[in-house]
Design a protein around this ligand. Structure first.
Ligand SMILES: NC(=O)c1ccc[n+]([C@@H]2O[C@H](COP(=O)([O-])OP(=O)(O)OC[C@H]3O[C@@H](n4cnc5c(N)ncnc54)[C@H](O)[C@@H]3O)[C@@H](O)[C@H]2O)c1
Length: 487
């Protein structure tokens, strides 16, 4: 692929100039007018589903241009193509990046998880800024590679865990930094996901492709994953439940929920992880065995060492599939945990108090013995910009940082650039590594199974390696299908 790119260099140099040298000076154009050179030229990889709101929010009502849209599914792309009729439409992001390299400044990546790594890396390698949906990648190795590549190519990055830009995160951090709950030793995190079919047998029927898709489209959809024939259970939204494409309940919500304790406590790579998963019985005594599918429910315990901010080892316990934690002593029996329905949430238990919040860092509450529960004032903004639309703010701050340039103040203020989002995603995906290890099995002569991966896994974060059970290391990364590479 060509190296290039004049347009981005131009944007960067105008940003560095600071006072703003534009082809047509602002004062000539008038107040409120955005000079063409002030606009980012955006492209989307994945323009349906979440991709639609990602590119729409990044375009910011005309503040930026959308020059190209890529989606393998022409029907899914209709809404975005209607909103951005001037954008060139592609089905293969490799072709789009090759052909439009000189016209694109920044790219949103909102495909299913299995494509994030290869798509984002192709864009970063060409010097494009990227906004990548959560989880940043499908596996730990890809997350590390993207984090390092973002530094190498000096691009501005943001992961799509929009809760990172919720003022609740700043407020909880303030509570913690002020010592109100002391050092935290235990964290509970949970979600009501999966809310799609998961833990079910691999479908065996082979339905025809929907009429608007052809074999080439399906092949592009499979991308770097292992080839399987079309089935609606592997497609829109439902792909989440299969390891070939998705990352299960943890991958879906972990980056939204684990974000709060990871940020507030200043956590880094974990040192230990252990998992267990729910079973399904269709026949007496013989559990269904579907290693291709993410489990119907899981619990994962991740251990972190002391951090620079938290002077205690932390045990973080994740629950999903309808399981949730129990009330810690300081939360009254009839108070809800996390959100109102206790569907998703966080509890951080310290030696002096407890904080609980919803997903996305919303509605934090603090409990201390014998004291009134503390909440966040409604008008608190935590210094976060664009508060009217918390999610739009997350994308808008990214586009503004892209214009300001690599390591600008705006870039450094981003709440989920890859320097942060990479290690967070690695931590989330550690849970999946443990879940997959837990389901490793050898068939016995009597027809039963020996589950030989049901261990506590010891983790060397720097070197991305399980040190006490080598077979689990196969889940650190994955083989790519021919024609697809992390470049
Ligand atoms: N931050 C959030 O709140 C949030 C919410 C929903 C989804 N997401 C994330 O967004 C991503 C997409 O999820 P979704 O629910 O929109 O899925 P989806 O299946 O509804 O949409 C994915 C889109 O990507 C397209 N696509 C698939 N493979 C592609 C490829 N190789 N090249 C180009 N386009 C391709 C599909 O055709 C579809 O339009 C996931 O990573 C998910 O975790 C984030």
């Amino acid at each position: 692929m060509k190296k290039k790119q004049t347009r981005r260099k131009f944007l960067k140099s105008t940003a560095v100039a600071g006072s703003g040298f534009f082809i047509v000076p602002r004062h000539v154009l008038g107040k409120g007018y955005t000079a063409p050179s002030d606009k980012l030229n955006l492209a989307a990889i994945g323009a349906g589903g979440k991709g639609f709101s990602d590119i729409r929010n990044s375009a910011d009502g005309g503040v930026n241009n959308v020059v190209a849209l890529c989606d393998v599914d022409s029907k899914a792309a209709v809404r975005a193509r209607t909103l951005f009729p001037k954008a060139k439409y592609y089905k293969d992001f490799r072709v789009m990046l090759e052909e439009m390299n000189n016209d694109i400044d920044a790219v949103t990546v909102s495909t299913p998880d299995h494509v994030h790594g290869v798509a984002a890396m192709s864009a970063i390698g060409l010097g494009k800024h990227v906004y990548v949906q959560k989880p940043l990648t499908h596996n730990i190795y890809e997350a590390r590679q993207l984090t390092e590549a973002a530094r190498k190519y000096k691009v501005v990055t943001q992961m799509g865990n929009q809760g990172a830009s919720h003022p609740g995160q700043v407020y909880m951090e303030k509570w913690f930094d002020d010592g109100l709950i002391g050092d935290v030793h235990t964290v509970e995190v949970w979600t009501n996901r999966p809310v799609w079919p998961q833990g079910i047998p691999v479908p065996t029927e082979k339905p025809d492709l929907p009429s608007h898709l052809d074999k080439k489209d399906w092949d592009l959809y499979i991308g770097p994953a292992e080839y399987v024939d079309y089935h609606p259970l592997f497609y829109h939204f439902k792909w989440r439940g299969w390891w070939n494409f998705g990352t299960g309940a943890l991958g879906d919500m972990g980056c939204h929920i684990i974000d709060s304790p990871f940020r507030v406590l200043g956590l880094g790579y974990p040192t230990e992880v252990e998992a267990s998963v729910g079973s399904i019985y269709k026949r007496d005594w013989n559990a269904e065995y579907v290693p291709q599918g993410c489990p119907p429910s899981s619990r994962v315990q991740v251990t972190f060492p002391k951090s620079a901010k938290n002077n205690s080892k932390v045990k973080m316990i994740w629950s999903d599939g309808g399981l949730r934690p129990f009330h810690p002593d300081l939360i009254p029996a009839s108070d809800h945990l996390g959100d109102e329905g206790s569907n998703n949430g966080v509890i951080m238990i310290g030696d002096k108090g407890v904080i609980t919040c919803e997903a996305y860092g919303a509605n934090p509450r603090l409990y201390r013995k014998g004291e009134e529960v503390l909440t966040m004032p409604e008008d608190y903004n935590g210094g976060i910009l664009h508060l009217h639309y918390p999610e739009r703010g997350h994308q808008k701050s990214w586009t503004e940082a892209c214009k300001a340039g690599y390591q600008s103040k705006a870039h450094q203020a981003l709440t989920s650039s890859f320097d942060y989002a990479g290690p967070l995603t690695e931590t989330v995906l550690m849970g999946n590594l443990a879940i997959r290890s837990y389901t490793l099995a050898k068939k016995r002569m009597d027809g039963g199974r020996n589950f030989y991966g049901r261990k506590k896994l010891l983790w060397d974060g720097e070197n991305m390696k399980v040190t006490n059970f080598d077979e689990a290391n196969q889940f650190v990364t994955r083989p790519y299908r021919e024609g697809w590479k992390l470049i």
